[in-house]
Structure formats: C-alpha cells, structure tokens
Design a binder for this molecule. Structure first.
Ligand code: ATP
Ligand code: SKM
Ligand code: MG
Length: 193
C-alpha cells in the first residue's frame, strides 16, 4: 500500500483547518488502530506539523517504550506520557498521535479535551490483531494470550475512546481513504466548541 497522499479536495482541507483553528488534532485509539500512520498522512494533507507521543517519549528518555515499561513499570510510563503529551499540546495547531493508553488516563484525557479536537480510530479486533501481530515492542501484549488481552483492552477502553469528539472506522482500505474520512468528520464539526 502506498504512503503517497492522494489529493483531497482543497475545500475539504480548508474547512477542516478552519474548524481546527489553533486547536490540535489528536488521534486516540487502541494499538494498531493506525494513529501513527494515519496521523502522519493527515498532517501532510493539512500541511500541519506532526508529532507522535510514543516517539517523543522514546526520544526524550533515550529508551524504547518496551524498555521503559520493563525498567520503571506502567505507572511511571503513564506519568511520563502525561507530561510529554501536555507539552506536545502546548504549541497547536499540530497533529498529535498518542499511544494507545494515553486517552484512558484521566489527566491526559483532560489535557487533550482542553487543547484539541480528538479523533478515535475505532477498529475491529481482527483488524487490530492482524496488524499488531506482525510487530514486537508492545509490552501490554506480552502475555500468554495476546489476542485475548487485546480483546479485554477493547472492552475496557472502547467506552472511554467513545468520548472523543469524532470517530472514524479504521479498516483495511487505502490509508488515504481513512484520512479523507477523518477530514470529513472534522469539517462537519462546528468551528468553535
Ligand atoms: N488503513 C490501513 N490499511 C492497512 N494498514 C494500515 C492501515 N492503517 C494503519 N495500517 C498499518 O497498521 C500498522 C499499525 O498502525 P500504527 O502503528 O499507525 O498504529 P497505532 O495506532 O499507532 O498503534 P500503537 O498504539 O501501538 O502506536 C502499521 O503497520 C500501519 O501501516
Ligand atoms: O495501549 C497501550 O497502553 C500502549 C500503546 C502503545 O502505543 C504504547 O504507548 C505502549 O505500548 C502502551
Ligand atoms: Mg503509534
């Protein structure tokens, strides 16, 4: 699948940018939903800066997410994630892709709600599983039954992701199509909250 963004209509880009104003556009959702991939392409389409909280955490700590979990545990990782995301949200408008658990943390969620428009990339279990199954490095899935763990996380987290301002169904269609649906969802919102 190509990463080249097919041109979305100029009118759609203009409307989505007008709705965002100085607000950030923040991608939330479970591991494998496409927050990083779709976030980057959306940033290209809107000509806005892109940041990914997992990458930023790895850059500042000089450790991988898996190493951070192993060395300090999830609680410390979440504290660092909250601090990093708060900082990333301070210079909007940007496209911010978050780690899968970020929006579940009440403090991080409040920062996101205050500074940005949130997009939940919703996806079915089998779509997520096909994607996450291909790559190591997700510490929460290091269990005897990773697919069962992913399903449990879906049940726990989906009601919280559903609080996001808009949602788009992430599925195995061209990424550009998902980007266009994200822009349409944003463009359909009122300009100010
Ligand atoms: N529409 C799509 N069609 C096919 N593959 C996709 C699509 N969207 C994303 N992917 C692929 O799925 C994989 C997981 O996507 P990505 O890393 O963006 O997920 P994520 O939500 O950022 O996950 P995490 O929370 O673990 O960071 C990547 O290989 C990405 O290229
Ligand atoms: O869903 C989660 O809790 C996580 C998702 C990843 O993006 C990483 O932030 C980390 O592996 C935790
Ligand atoms: Mg990601």
């Amino acid at each position: 699948m190509s990463d080249v963004v097919e041109p979305v209509s100029e009118a759609l880009v203009k409307r989505a940018r007008a709705v965002l104003g100085r607000r950030n556009l923040v991608f939330v959702g479970l591991m494998g939903a496409g927050k990083s991939a779709i976030g980057r392409l959306t940033a290209q389409a809107l000509s806005l800066p892109f940041v990914d909280s997992d990458h930023e955490i790895e850059r500042v700590s000089r450790m991988t997410v898996a190493e951070l979990f192993a060395a300090y545990g999830e609680t410390e990782f979440r504290a660092l994630e909250t601090r990093v995301i708060k900082r990333l949200l301070q210079s909007g408008a940007r496209i911010v892709s978050t780690g899968g658990g970020a929006y579940i943390n009440p403090q991080t969620r409040r920062h996101i709600q205050k500074s940005g428009v949130s997009v939940w990339l919703n996806a079915e279990l089998d779509v997520l599983w096909e994607r996450v199954n291909k790559r190591e490095g997700r510490p929460l899935l290091k269990t005897d039954d990773p697919k069962g763990t992913l399903e449990r996380l879906m049940i726990e987290r989906y009601p919280i992701y559903a609080e996001a301002d808009v949602s788009v169904l992430s599925r195995d269609v061209k990424k550009e199509r998902i980007v266009e649906e994200v822009l349409q969802a944003i463009a359909g919102m009122p300009s100010r909250k």
